[in-house]
Design a protein around this ligand. Structure first.
Ligand code: A3P
Length: 325
């Protein structure tokens, strides 16, 4: 194939009709590819493209997340941490550019975009790229110890479900009725959720992080809320940009936390009025990425039975993993 994308297009065309389908959260149904529920277009194509072509570099920082666990927040924090000597806090790019534009999705980099494979190759190191893909779906070369490093964030499933349900309803075309909480709950519990099942996604990165903590930094949204300074310092160390004593005494960590806070980012003009163009077809208002930004809000929506059932699934799935929410 003269163009590497063509090879993947062929594989995609052959694979798609064979995949199991389920009702989606939007107009599109979801398909199950290698055990993971994906949108048949952007997500599946993006993943196949990564599997076939992506060449990781040891300096790459991959932010891996399940949607609605804190992607936007971590994009801002990692970007600000890694680039802190390049930009001042008073005219920082994050004040005028949405976090998603500062830190592109690898999954949507080439497919559905006007960018090319060469553009990705030309990005200077260290590249900051994000992905929603579960670790099991990434090519083995990315799992190699030296190939690239991952920052992963997870969040209490109750808050993930509610955040996702409200987000999806904002994105659903106006002519469709909103998806009910009951329906969203059933889909989520069955694992039928973009890049789901959620628990498998979390466990994949969790187990790998235990085996190789140098390669995968595993974080929790709840810890980031509780101890943002400690987490940002860990991010600095992990990404190879540790904070010096002098920087700490100048309050650089605090500046980063403040810059990336929900309060600050959600009130910026760019995040209130601009849109994020992930691909030709996927365009989302930046403001939808900022809703409440709190721990435990899921409980305000879920019934006692829903909370109980979700907690039961979580304890069963995580029972011997050492991970708790
Ligand atoms: P809520 O819907 O619970 O408010 P993602 O970025 O992965 O799509 O996740 C979105 C969730 O993260 C939303 O949760 C959103 O409000 C929250 N969020 C976005 N930016 C944040 C920030 N700077 N600090 C804390 N939470 C943030």
């Amino acid at each position: 194939y003269p163009n590497p994308i063509e090879k993947t297009s062929e594989r995609y065309k052959e694979t798609l009709p064979k995949l199991p389908k389920a009702k989606g959260w939007m107009t599109e149904h979801l398909v199950r590819y290698q055990g993971v529920w994906l949108t048949p277009n952007a997500a599946l194509k993006g993943l196949m493209w990564i599997q076939d072509h992506f060449k990781p570099r040891p300096t790459d920082i991959l932010l891996a997340t399940f949607p609605k666990t804190g992607t936007t927040w971590l994009k801002a924090l990692i970007f600000a941490t890694v680039n802190r000597t390049r930009y001042g806090f008073s005219d920082h790019p994050l004040l005028t550019t949405g976090p998603h534009d500062c830190f592109p999705f690898l999954d949507a980099y080439v497919y559905e975009n006007d960018r090319s494979f060469d553009d990705l190759e030309k990005l200077p190191s260290p590249r900051l790229l994000s992905t929603h893909a579960p670790l099991t779906l990434l090519q083995t070369s990315m799992a190699d110890e030296q190939s690239c490093r991952f920052v992963y964030i997870c969040r209490d499933p109750k808050d993930v479900l509610v955040s996702k349900w409200l987000f999806m309803n904002k994105l659903r075309p106006k002519q469709l009725p909103p998806i009910s909480l009951e329906e969203a709950f059933e889909l989520f519990c069955q694992g039928i959720s973009h890049y789901g099942p959620y628990w498998d996604h979390v466990l994949g990165y969790w187990k790998a992080s235990l085996e190789n903590p140098e390669k995968i930094l595993f974080l929790k949204y709840e810890d980031l809320q509780k101890e943002p300074f400690a987490v940002v310092k860990r991010l600095g160390e992990f990404t190879g940009h540790p904070f010096s004593v002098e920087e700490e005494s100048r309050g650089v960590v605090q500046e980063i936390v403040k810059l990336c806070s929900f309060e600050n980012l959600s009130n910026l003009e760019v995040n209130k009025t601009s849109v994020q163009k992930f691909s030709r077809d996927i365009v989302v208002d930046n403001r939808h990425f900022f809703r409440k930004g709190q721990v435990g809000d899921g409980k305000n929506y879920l019934t006692a039975e829903m909370t109980q059932r979700l907690n039961a699934i979580t304890s069963e799935k995580l029972h011997d993993s050492g991970l708790v929410f």
